[in-house]
Write a protein that binds this ligand. Structure first.
Ligand code: AMP
Length: 209
């Protein structure tokens, strides 16, 4: 199955994507994680995107589209994938149609209050990217990932000024994709307010699996 996860930052897309990828036996592709790895490696791509990401802005369409085009050409995603964080603009969505055929778009429905609560407490593993929360989903040992032993940290763009910028970017550039995909008959809305186990159930119900 070829899926897009669409929703504001902090809606729980990354957390559900890990679980959904296991359930459906397909790969999760997170453009944000790919960019963060490039920054950590200090590669030319990383140097180019670091400042943009830290400020909560979007990387340019051309760079992002090329990255996804190359990733989706690999053998391991020919059966299916979950795109987490792509597309984020109408031009990205239009480009995607030229190289892959998405079957469903899962729209994470959550009010701003829920987003702020999640992003404010989000903690991420630097090695495997797993998401924790300072209150609702703490790692067993403070600062250490339960899954891989990596360092758990606060993303630069989860700091208050960047959160505001990311929400504004979401509203102006990404939210128009909701109507774009609804008009194409691809959109499935899921209630993303509850805790993750319930979101998994909502997701399965939406897909009828
Ligand atoms: P995320 O982990 O999905 O919240 O992404 C973190 C950051 O990576 C974003 O705030 C952007 O700076 C960048 N990014 C990720 N995906 C995209 C995309 N599809 N288009 C442009 N920038 C992106």
């Amino acid at each position: 199955m070829k899926l897009i996860f669409l929703g504001p930052p902090g809606a729980g897309k990354g957390t559900l994507a890990v679980k959904a990828a296991e359930i459906l036996k397909i790969l999760q592709i997170s453009t944000g994680s790919i960019f963060r790895s490039a920054v950590a490696d200090g590669s030319p791509l990383g140097l180019k995107v670091k400042g943009i990401m830290d400020a909560g802005k979007l990387v340019d369409d051309e760079t992002t589209i090329e990255l996804v085009r190359e990733r989706l050409a690999k053998d391991d995603v020919q059966k299916g994938y979950i795109l987490d964080g792509f597309p984020r603009t109408i031009p990205q969505a239009q480009a995607l149609e030229s190289f892959s055929k998405v079957e469903k778009v899962i729209n994470f429905d959550i009010p701003d209050s829920g987003v702020l609560e999640r992003l404010g407490g989000r903690r991420v593993c630097r090695m495997c990217g797993y998401n924790f929360h300072a209150v609702f989903n703490k790692p067993a040992k403070e600062g250490i990932c339960d899954h891989c032993g990596g360092e758990v940290y606060i993303r630069e763009d989860d700091k208050p000024e960047a959160i505001q910028k990311r929400l504004e970017v979401y509203r102006t550039q990404t939210a128009p994709l909701i109507d774009y995909y609804r008009e194409k008959g691809l959109l499935l809305d899921i209630d993303a307010k509850p805790m993750v186990d319930q979101i998994v159930i909502n997701f399965k119900n939406a897909l009828g699996i």
